[in-house]
Design a protein around this ligand. Structure first.
Ligand code: NAD
Ligand SMILES: O=P(O)(O)OC[C@H]1O[C@H](O[C@H]2[C@H](O)[C@@H](O)[C@@H](O)O[C@@H]2CO)[C@H](O)[C@@H](O)[C@@H]1O
Ligand code: MN
Length: 438
């Protein structure tokens, strides 16, 4: 059986140890001969890599391990690039969230002005990694979950149309896992779903079990009362609130079941009212996940052992193995991917990057037909996809005007004046990362 060589780009990510543990747990399904970590911040990566090295030594000593900041070393001889970079790291996420809040506009990692700012930083970073891959391992595939995935996907469609990149998001997977719990199923894989939208902006239209039984009525009854809040699945307060708020999002269109991210577009006033402008999600992550992961990694390095270490397998991330296997073994697994519409949603822009079910095989994704979507979703999606396209156009043309239009068009921003005020402050904050705008 062929064994694969993988590089994780963004090796210093808080998600890396969980993903490495997950990959090792799936070696029987997806054998690995070489695992590399690549990051452009060697000091940050060193701590994660130090722990991963010991994890591999204990669990899979035959797998060669490399951690590097040298692109040639990282991207030579790889079959898959798994990319989760965050250009600007949490320091910039914090500003993305806090600057709009000063103007009464919500501050969020991938939605509204914060998502636009993050997109303007991510495009260059993701293109750079894609180019390294094509230079050093031209047959490799990049599995990208770096955010904001919608903007990154549109940028690679425009600027690298022939590249072997697949953009995927774990939010539908997280929600489907909750749906399976609500239904008493042992796994989300017992459900067959129909879903359409943009990334972090979509709806389920059909959910059936493998025998074809319609599971939507039972789910809708639950979501109408509880959103996606599920006992035993409690997370941090901000996520619990998001899962519960899906109840109100659902009420706006009870013919479908919504992605949780729609709360930012349909209830922006509520989100602003419930935000603390001095302590946002970035602060929660810095004080929570980042502290936990880095202190556990330091412990592993100090003890030269994982004994007593609380890092755990990120089973939720096993969709990455499903995706790699689909490419490697032509499994034709049905997965939600962010792909060019090309008529799959028949009454929507054929050049839009949409999130829809695809069959994935060794030639990449084959999108399934969605057909005509209703006016409500179509209207919302046309506005949002225009925001995403304008951001990419602004990045390419280095255009202040287009970026101002993008912010103005976002459903989260009340006026062109507020858009301009926020934009001007974002430009100052992002000097190091954005192309210069004219
Ligand atoms: N698509 C999804 O559903 C999904 C789910 C979870 C997280 N994410 C994304 O995964 C990424 C990582 O999240 P995190 O919270 O662990 O962030 P993090 O800051 O802990 O890790 C990101 C790493 O990327 C590195 N990096 C930044 N720019 C780089 C570049 N140009 N080249 C190489 N490395 C670079 C940073 O140094 C950092 O170590 C983010 O983009 C996040 O939005 C996506
Ligand atoms: O605020 P963060 O950094 O914790 O999370 C932001 C990411 O949120 C989504 O991923 C979630 C997932 O959907 C949820 O169920 C849980 O398991 O955690 C994941 C990561 O925190 C979203 O899909 C990502 O794009 C966001 O980056
Ligand atoms: Mn996502």
């Amino acid at each position: 059986m062929k064994k694969f060589s993988i590089v994780i780009a963004g090796g210093g990510s808080t998600f890396t140890p969980g993903i490495v543990l997950m990959l090792l747990d799936h070696l029987d399904k997806f054998p690995i001969r070489k695992l590399k970590l690549y990051d452009n911040d060697p000091e940050r990566q060193e701590i994660i890599a130090g722990a991963c090295k010991i994890i591999l030594k204990e669990q899979a000593p035959d797998v060669e391990f490399v951690a590097t900041s040298d692109p040639e070393r990282a991207f030579t001889d790889v079959d898959f690039v798994m990319a989760h970079i965050r250009v600007g790291k949490y320091a910039m996420r914090e500003l993305d969230e806090k600057i709009p809040l000063k103007y009464g506009v919500l501050g969020q990692e991938t939605c509204g002005p914060g998502g636009i700012a993050y997109g303007m930083r991510s495009i260059g970073g993701v293109l750079e990694i894609l180019d390294y891959m094509e230079q050093y391992s031209p047959n490799a595939w990049m599995l990208n979950y770096s955010n904001p995935a919608a903007i990154v996907a549109e940028a690679t469609r425009r600027l690298r149309p022939n590249s072997k990149i697949l953009n995927i998001c774990d939010m539908p997977i997280g929600i489907e896992t909750r749906m399976a719990k609500i239904l008493g199923l042992s796994s989300r894989k017992e459900m067959e779903v129909r879903y359409f939208g943009l990334n972090h902006f979509g709806w389920w239209t059909e959910i059936r079990n493998k025998e074809g039984k319609d599971l939507m009525p039972q789910l809708k009854e639950y979501v109408a009362k509880n959103g996606y809040a599920v006992e035993g699945e409690e997370a941090e307060d901000s996520w619990n609130d998001t899962f519960l708020k899906a109840r109100d999002v659902y009420a706006v269109d009870p013919t479908t079941l919504p992605n949780t991210y729609l709360k930012y577009y349909l209830f922006p006033d509520y989100v602003v009212k419930h935000s603390n402008p001095d302590y946002t999600r970035a602060n929660e992550v810095i004080d929570g996940r980042e502290k936990f992961v880095f202190s556990e990694c330091r412990k592993v390095i100090k003890n030269q052992s994982t004994q007593g270490c609380a890092l755990h397998i990120d089973e939720h991330a096993s969709y990455i193995v499903d995706l790699a296997r689909a490419i490697a073994y032509n499994t034709k697994e049905r997965m939600l991917l962010i792909v060019e519409n090309k008529g799959a949603i028949s009454n929507f822009d054929p050049t839009a990057m949409v999130e829809i079910p695809c069959l994935v095989g060794n030639n990449g994704p084959e999108p399934l037909m969605v057909g005509k979507i209703p006016q409500f979703q179509k209207g919302l999606m046309e506005q949002q996809v225009s925001v995403e396209k304008l951001v990419v156009e602004a990045w390419i043309a280095q255009s202040y005007q287009k970026l101002w239009q993008a912010l103005t068009l976002s459903k989260t921003v009340p006026s062109a004046k507020v858009a301009k005020d926020i934009l001007d402050e974002l430009i100052e904050a992002n000097k190091e990362y954005w192309p210069e705008l004219h």
